[in-house]
Ligand binder design. Structure first.
Ligand code: GAL
Length: 441
């Protein structure tokens, strides 16, 4: 299995070397993007053995990865993004890919931001696949046109449009109560209210005082208002009452399907939604508009998908071959076109991608763009920290009895608990596991 040149029993062609890949790409577009990689691997004598674990945002997949690793059944390759990847590298669990990066000149071809994300203690520890933008507001053009409503680009316009949509019998917004989805909307709203520099002070520098800023309270209010626009018309009044009104923890793919069918008209979601809309036959620019969440037009709230190679697997040569392939220009274009993300390399021509992808790519490529790391998608916090924050935001969104000010204090308290004491104070016996020593850039 580990020898790519090994002969198939009874045949001349070499048996493809198998690589078991654990990931969470299970929607139609995610599946198609993963299949695209598998097909390109097959051309090179590598077999992608699928270890998908369903569940958007990947919490379920990461739990399975932990379990499998504990039981010595680790996959050969795993989707490990951002700070999670750093945590695994710190424990010595990842294969270093410095040779691949050098041979393929990644330092020159990849975006510097991508390289810094892949590098832990000066070693490259994963292969990058694509860059997602999170702060997108999707608008269903047919619905807006049918009811002669202007496409909004600021909050006043959004609220005006929502009112008109309600009057026309359309639910304005698609929203799910699934915790990671609630928090994904929240981080985009926070960026809009706080702006990139305050967002960074909160999520990257983790300054406690930054959590006092009224922008945080405003974004919590916005979150609740936005969710209110997804409630059935009859439930709207009840939502401000003492009893929570639930929308249900619907998978993100259902929201996309609702939006595509015109059952809702607006959606805030990472651009994996654009990939999914593509798989339903909708085209960016033609059928839907992708605008930035109001107040975030100049910024890129990013999440970078990466596949890490597990160390000590006995198939190092195959893992390296796969990593080389993932970084190649052709694969980058083919994969990202399906997935909704954009290439991690600055040297690939993106003029054939849809206008939304081109815009995301141009923004990310521009050194003047404020690029801010996603909290929910592990760019700013590791698994434990991001889960704790998601939980707090989720509880607030669903519980009308909790005030934004109380949620703000909870978030601040949480950050205090998660952040290690400054170096001058003596360290506690066991430092909190949530914070990775590597700060995102
Ligand atoms: C993100 C991941 C994306 C997409 C999304 C929905 O965390 O980066 O590739 O799969 O979750 O599951």
């Amino acid at each position: 299995m580990s020898d790519p040149a090994a002969a198939k029993p009874g045949g001349d062609a070499p048996a493809p070397a198998e690589l078991n890949v654990l990931h969470w790409w299970t929607s139609a577009s995610e599946r198609a993007a993963a299949d695209h990689v598998a097909a390109r691997m097959a051309e090179q004598g590598l077999r992608w053995v699928d270890g998908a674990v369903a569940g958007g945002g990947g919490s379920a997949a990461i739990k399975v990865l932990n379990e499998r690793t504990l039981r010595r059944m680790a996959p050969k390759v795993a989707q490990l993004n951002g700070q999670s990847m750093s945590e695994w590298a710190d424990m010595g669990l990842l294969l270093e890919l410095d040779g691949v990066a050098q041979r393929r000149n990644w330092a020159r071809t990849m975006f510097p931001q991508v390289m810094s994300q892949l590098t832990v203690r000066e070693h490259v520890v994963a292969a990058p696949l694509g860059i997602h933008r999170i702060n997108n507001l999707y608008l269903n053009k047919a619905v807006f046109a049918q009811h002669r409503i202007e496409l909004p680009s600021d909050w006043t316009g959004v609220l005006r449009a929502a009112k008109a949509l309600r009057a026309a019998g359309v639910t304005p917004v698609a929203f799910s109560d699934e915790p990671w989805q609630v928090a994904t909307v929240f981080e985009a709203l926070l960026l809009g209210e706080a702006g990139p520099s305050l967002y960074r002070r909160m999520m990257v520098q983790r300054e406690l005082q930054a959590f006092d800023d009224p922008a945080l309270e405003r974004s919590l209010r916005r979150l609740r208002d936005w969710r209110g626009l997804a409630l059935p018309a009859a439930a709207q009044g009840a939502a401000s009452g003492p009893q929570p009104v639930m929308l249900g923890e619907r998978p993100w793919t259902e929201l996309v399907a609702d939006f595509a069918a015109g059952r809702s008209a607006m959606l805030i979601m990472g651009d994996w939604a654009r990939g999914e809309l593509g798989s339903l036959g909708l085209e960016g620019g033609r059928d839907f508009d992708c605008r930035a969440v109001p107040g975030t037009a100049q910024a890129h709230l990013y999440s970078i998908d990466t596949l890490a190679m597990l160390a000590g697997s006995g198939v190092q040569a195959e893992q390296e071959k796969m990593a080389e392939l993932l970084g190649s220009a052709t694969l980058q274009l083919g994969y990202n076109r399906i997935k909704g993300s954009v290439p991690v390399r600055r040297d690939v021509p993106v003029d054939e991608l849809d206008p939304c992808a081109q815009q995301s790519f141009a923004l990310f490529a521009n050194p003047a763009t404020p690029r801010v790391p996603s909290l929910v998608h592990r760019m700013a916090f590791g698994e434990v920290g991001k889960n704790a924050i998601i939980e707090t935001v989720h509880r607030f969104a669903l519980d009308p009895a909790q005030t934004p000010a109380a949620a703000q204090r909870k978030l601040q308290g949480l950050l205090r608990a998660l952040t290690p004491p400054p170096p001058s104070t003596p360290s506690p016996p066991s430092p909190p596991a949530a914070i990775s020593p590597k700060a995102p850039r």
